[in-house]
Design a protein around this ligand. Structure first.
Ligand code: ADP
Ligand code: MG
Length: 431
């Protein structure tokens, strides 16, 4: 929560008066000191002098070479945000533990700073090349075709607590949130969606809760059900996601609580389908219907002609998101999977690395990104890449990974204590 009046939050001079007002790193946009002066950060320069001496660095550090910085440091994007390199890499420079650490304020930035962005995108989405010819398009119905999904194994199914699949979307007619100059467009989106939800057919009807006005009781119920986003992510704050919090934020919950929308969390819209259990088919099918419905009703509400896009789409990058990790399909399909034995033998990081390298998936904790595993050793297993693949293929990645993690869990259960201890000491599965 920012304690400053709106007018002062908007003002440029706000950045320079830290002595007078303190900023909250969990919500306010704080620019790292060297970047504030438009200087190449020492930590990034050090990495490029001797990359071999470093372990993990965020993708933004890896690809912001001295040449890239020199070329782009005084450039402003051609889009509405007039985005800069210092805003682009701020989060990863402030928080070197992040994986990606860079964001855009407008779609044009991805091309305007392409010597930075294309390598970042290709590194993240293994197998995707920005300039390769696009795959032949198939219809939305085919992309969301549940008959193209593999089976979840019976054993995996028993270990799955809940399933959630979501798509990130941004509206073509509004600036991306990190590049918005004030809170007005976030409010406009919230008000527009209020009308859109009122026009939903009865099988999709529900309630829009606005962060600014929801009661404490409503807030707690939404948190307990894993529905609510609450800000408080320092890495997102450093990208400007949480500015003007809680204004213009909201969450739509369908009456049966199986279909939700997040409004202005980071992207304009997160369309979410979720339920208890392992019925990935039902969750995926509902998401497909929801995405089509939202698009159709927004088009109607804003009188957008059939030949114009409702959502921001780039000819090479597909659906646009503020974070490069969500480009393409914006789809993250996840299950909460119980793997307590595996977690007791291999470190969280090791399991995550294995999921990424072999299955194009990742694991997260159960309180959202950057959180810890939950009770019974639950983790969130989801597809890692999002671009260059159809939605059903990404869900397939997740199912394959889930089946494989379950097999490993069973394997560990069947091990004797001595072998288990050896695996634990080595942080890998050994025979
Ligand atoms: P996103 O990729 O949508 O930003 P986050 O990792 O930030 O996802 O998590 C958002 C919320 O969704 C968190 O509260 C998390 O607990 C919840 N969540 C994610 N996956 C599942 C799941 N399979 N079942 C239940 N809740 C989930
Ligand atoms: Mg998130």
């Amino acid at each position: 929560m920012s304690y400053l009046p709106q007018k002062q939050q908007d003002a440029d001079w706000y950045d320079n008066i830290i002595g007078l007002y303190s900023k909250d790193p969990l919500f306010d946009l704080i620019i790292q000191d060297e970047l504030k002066q438009n200087k190449y950060p020492k930590s990034v320069a050090d990495y490029h002098k001797n990359p071999g001496a470093f372990g993990h660095v965020p993708l933004c550090v890896k690809y912001c070479t001295p040449e890239v910085w020199e070329k782009y440091k005084n450039k402003k994007s051609t889009g509405k945000a007039k985005w800069t390199m210092k805003r682009t890499i701020n989060s990863g420079v402030m928080y070197p533990e992040s994986f990606v650490g860079c964001h855009v304020g407008d779609m044009e930035s991805y091309d305007d700073f392409k010597e930075f962005w294309y390598p970042v995108i290709e590194d993240y989405h293994t197998g995707f090349k920005v300039n390769s010819p696009k795959r032949a398009q198939i219809s939305t119905a085919e992309r969301f075709d549940v008959n193209r999904l593999p089976q979840i194994s019976e054993a995996a199914s028993k270990r799955i607590v809940s399933t959630r699949i979501r798509c990130a979307r941004n509206f073509a007619m509004f600036p991306l949130n990190p590049g918005a100059k004030n809170v007005a467009t976030r409010n406009e989106i919230l008000n527009m969606m209020d009308k859109v939800y009122a026009s939903f057919p009865t099988d999709f009807s529900g309630t829009l809760y606005k962060h600014e006005t929801m009661s404490d009781q409503q807030r707690q119920a939404l948190v307990d059900a894993h529905f609510l986003f609450r800000g408080k992510d320092k890495m997102q704050a450093a990208s400007g996601y949480h500015q003007y919090w809680p204004k213009g934020r909201g969450i739509f919950v369908r009456d049966d609580k199986k279909f939700l929308n997040w409004l202005n969390e980071g992207d304009h819209l997160r369309i979410i389908s979720m339920e208890y259990g392992s019925d990935v088919t039902a969750v995926f099918e509902r998401l497909g219907r929801g995405v089509v419905l939202v698009e159709e009703k927004v088009r109607k509400q804003r009188n957008i002609p059939a030949d114009e896009d409702v959502f921001m789409v780039h000819p090479k990058l597909g659906v646009i998101s503020c974070c490069p990790s969500n480009l393409g399909s914006g789809l993250r399909a996840s299950v909460f999977l119980k793997i307590p034995e595996l977690l007791s033998v291999l470190s969280f990081e090791k399991i995550d690395e294995m999921c990424r390298n072999i299955y194009h998936c990742q694991i997260r904790g159960v309180g959202g990104e950057h959180s810890a595993p939950g009770e019974d050793g639950r983790v969130d297993v989801s597809n890692w890449r999002r671009i260059g693949f159809f939605e059903y293929e990404l869900v397939t990645d997740m199912i394959t990974c889930c089946n494989a993690l379950t097999e490993l869990e069973e394997k560990i259960i069947s091990m004797d204590a001595e072998r288990k201890a050896r695996c634990k000491a080595a942080n890998k599965i050994i025979d």
